[in-house]
Design a protein around this ligand. Structure first.
Ligand SMILES: C[S@@+](CC[C@H](N)C(=O)[O-])C[C@H]1O[C@@H](n2cnc3c(N)ncnc32)[C@H](O)[C@@H]1O
Length: 260
């Protein structure tokens, strides 16, 4: 799933990762906004017939439109329940599993890749899942404009694109301004759970999350050096099992928003 640069077809657009500092150079004449950096590129990918059918039949019920206005989550889900945001669900394998094992929570799931959205809708149909709603939109904009402060009980960010090359590190999602935004959207006691199989990114996540004053690390076992045991609800996906067979590591991080 990680950004295959050979298939990139679009790189820039409207704001996503936090705005450039005030000292950044102004946009060139005739350009309304300076280019901003996104954590994803829209990859060319084939939507299968099954995914297309799910988009058509289940999209109207489970897809929410993006709007730069606060989301009425209770109305969107048809019930009041704890709200968990997932950012970048890929093909939705873990997402569907988690929604099934946590039926009392509402999962608002963001993904920009259309075949992935179709794939998750297909799982929703096949598995009879009712507690997922999907926003096919940049999660940074969703957090900024649709989710008020203190509105989230949890955030899941599993295997975000590691952007291996140094010149692409600026695209990594887990950076201080983004984590500050996340922390502001969490309720006191709410959690953010990240996982990655790329050790340098795990180290960056640990440093950035630890430096956010509103968050506290839930992992207290000194033997784990700040990382968390994999929570039971997060399944081992096929992708992860393959990585583990090849001897790759996986790091989970779970931080909570401080009270007060
Ligand atoms: C490496 S994939 C991981 C997918 C999935 N979580 C998994 O574990 O298999 C990262 C996904 O995040 C999505 N993504 C990256 N930045 C995003 C953003 N700002 N908003 C929504 N989705 C995003 C990408 O489209 C991609 O599908």
């Amino acid at each position: 799933m990680a950004g295959a640069l050979s298939t990139i077809r679009s790189v820039t657009a409207s704001p996503t990762l936090p705005p450039a500092p005030a000292s950044a150079p102004a946009a060139p004449p005739g350009v309304a906004h300076p280019k901003t950096i996104r954590s994803f590129v829209l990859r060319a990918g084939r939507t299968t017939t099954g995914q297309a059918k799910a988009l058509q039949t289940l999209g109207p019920r489970y897809l929410l439109p993006y709007a730069p206005a606060p989301l009425d989550a209770d109305a969107a889900f048809g019930r009041h329940a704890p709200l968990v945001l997932e950012i970048g669900f890929g093909m939705g394998e873990a997402t569907a599993h988690i929604a099934r094992v946590r039926p009392d929570d509402n999962f608002l799931c963001c993904e920009v890749h259309e075949p992935g959205v179709g794939a998750l809708l297909k799982r929703i149909g096949e598995q009879g899942i009712r507690n997922i709603r999907i926003l096919q939109h940049d999660a940074v904009e969703v957090l900024t404009h649709m989710l008020p402060e203190g509105s989230l009980d949890g955030v899941h960010i599993f295997f975000p694109d590691p952007w291996h090359k140094k010149r692409h590190h600026k695209r990594r999602l887990i950076q201080p301004p983004f984590v500050a935004l996340l922390a502001s959207r969490l309720k006191p006691g709410g959690y953010v759970h990240c996982a990655t199989d790329w050790q340098p990114y795990a180290e960056q996540m640990l440093a950035v999350l630890s430096a956010e004053p509103r968050l506290v690390n839930t992992s207290t076992d000194p033997a784990l050096a700040g990382y968390a045991p994999r929570p039971d609800y997060r399944p081992l996906t096929k992708f992860e099992q393959r990585g583990l067979r090849l001897g790759h590591g996986v790091w989970d991080l779970v931080f909570a928003r401080r009270h007060g």
